[in-house]
Every structure is written in structure tokens, then in C-alpha cells.
Design a protein around this ligand. Structure first.
Ligand SMILES: C[S@@+](CC[C@H](N)C(=O)[O-])C[C@H]1O[C@@H](n2cnc3c(N)ncnc32)[C@H](O)[C@@H]1O
Length: 204
């Protein structure tokens, strides 16, 4: 397993009892994580400094309990890349920090290709990989069925000052879009796919 160890704006401070305490720049959040099966906190005092905690409800879903006022969104940087963080439903923040190892790998591959690289990013979410590939010099086709996620990806591209690089944003179902691309004979050098365990299509 590769560890995303180059973050400065993000860290996991502690983990215990099915929860993790994370720092996103200067904001500390507690989020559930079922993989954390051990009980003892290593730094119990640190948990008291959390700005917000996501609590699952026993009726399904859950919500954020705020201990202090939080901005609606704030920015964190990974090397030259800038992302907008927002505490959302389903404990999401709009970024999976562990993906940074993949971004580094993609950046390295694209830069060392020494030619124009066309990337198709499927289930592209808020565009972590799209931003990384654009930064490395690739052209990107960013596909996600959620209009809200595609707008958020645009914000991340702009915040990373990459808005003048070649990116196409597509709000569509991945299967429909890929079938259209096959019919049109469009080809890509690299395809990124990080699908959820079940898709929701283009109905949202
Ligand atoms: C787990 S996220 C992907 C995370 C992303 N690769 C990253 O690292 O930031 C899954 C995304 O797939 C999208 N999605 C789910 N089903 C889809 C479908 N059938 N077609 C297109 N996008 C879909 C969701 O809207 C969501 O943004």
C-alpha cells in the first residue's frame, strides 16, 4: 500500500472507536470510519479541539454537529493543487486525501510521456484527478452524473489556476457517455475510473 505522506494541509491526528480525527488546514473534523475497530485514543485531549463531528443517525444517514462556527467552504493545498473543502451529507468533504498518491503517479506518467496526453476521467467527482492531470499538462474529459459535483470540480480547477487548460466537463451517465464516444470513434491515452459501489445514473 502506498501512503499519501506528502500532505501539509491535511493529517489524520488520531483514530479510535470507529471514528477518525482529521485536520483539514486549520479545521478539525471527526468522521465515522468503520475500519477503525480499536478503542483507545492516542491523543484524547486533541478530540476536544474538533470543530465539527459527523454523527450517524440510527434511522440512516446522519449530520454534522458543529462545536464552533465553520466557513461554508475553505481551501486546502496539495503541493501546487488547491481544493475547496465543504462538510457535506454522507460525511463527505469533497476530497479523498488518500488519492494523493494516485495524483502523484498520474502527474509523473503524464510529464514523462513528453507528448500530448488525453485523459478520460470517469466518475470524476470533484475533480481531484482532473486537476492533477491538467496540472501535469494533459487534456481532460471530466465525466460525472452529478451537476453539483461537476460545478465543484470547476471551482477546484479555477482555484488551482488551471482554468485555461484544456478540460471538457460532461454531466452524464458514464455508460451512456462512453458508448457515445465509442460510436464517435474518440480515443484516449488514459482512462481513470473510481466508481462508487453502485451508480445512480444521470437522474440527479
Ligand atoms: C466515489 S466518487 C469518485 C471519487 C473521485 N474519483 C475522487 O477521487 O475524487 C463517485 C462519483 O461517481 C459519480 N457517479 C455515480 N454513478 C455514476 C454514473 N452512472 N455515471 C456518472 N457518474 C456517476 C457520483 O456522482 C460521484 O461523484
Amino acid at each position: 500500500m502506498n501512503i499519501a505522506k506528502d500532505w501539509k494541509d491535511y493529517e489524520i491526528i488520531d483514530m479510535a472507536n470507529g471514528e477518525k480525527l482529521e485536520r483539514w488546514k486549520n479545521i478539525k473534523l471527526v468522521r465515522p470510519d468503520p475500519q477503525i475497530i480499536w478503542k483507545n485514543k492516542s491523543f484524547p485531549k486533541e478530540w476536544e479541539k474538533a470543530n465539527a463531528t459527523y454523527k450517524r443517525s440510527n434511522k440512516g444517514g446522519g449530520g454534522w454537529n458543529y462545536k464552533s462556527e465553520l466557513p461554508d467552504s475553505w481551501q486546502i493545498k496539495y503541493k501546487e493543487l488547491t481544493f475547496n473543502i465543504k462538510p457535506m451529507g454522507f460525511k463527505h468533504t469533497g476530497l479523498f486525501p488518500e488519492q494523493a498518491v494516485n495524483w502523484d503517479w498520474m502527474i509523473n506518467k503524464i510529464k514523462s510521456a513528453k507528448r500530448e496526453i488525453k485523459v478520460l476521467n470517469l466518475f470524476a467527482y470533484t475533480g481531484g484527478a482532473s486537476v492533477a492531470c491538467l496540472y501535469a499538462g494533459a487534456s481532460v474529459c471530466h465525466v460525472d452524473s452529478s451537476k453539483g459535483m461537476v460545478s465543484w470540480a470547476k471551482e477546484n480547477v479555477i482555484s488551482s489556476k488551471l482554468q485555461n487548460r484544456p478540460i471538457r466537463y460532461i454531466v452524464d451517465d458514464v455508460v451512456k457517455f462512453v458508448n457515445r464516444e465509442i460510436r464517435r470513434g474518440n480515443k484516449y491515452d488514459a482512462i481513470i475510473m473510481d466508481p462508487p459501489s453502485y451508480g445512480r445514473g444521470a437522474s440527479r
